[in-house]
Design a protein around this ligand. Sequence first.
Ligand SMILES: [Zn+2]
Length: 99
Amino acid sequence: MAKQLDELLHHDESDDCPVCRAQNFVDLALVPAVAAWELNNELPRFSLALHGAASLLGIMLEEGVARDELDKALSELLDDVERQIAEQETMGGPPQGNA
Ligand SMILES: [Zn+2]
């Protein structure tokens, strides 16, 4: 099972890398949809994001992924996300119009 999770974390060199495809789908479809659902249902910001993520990860636990493997994978992914945020900030941050 650890090997299977590991495959879900690492990019292959192909043009249609499954990791990139999953990330693109989340960024383009899931992130905006979750933000809109929170707003439209007057739910606190991040409530659906947090509980949605936990429920999805819960399915993995139900299907036999070990908790410590999941913790490790998630920690690795969050490290990557933090690195990307730091990179974006050094490159001037998100577009804020012309100054
Ligand atoms: Zn990739």
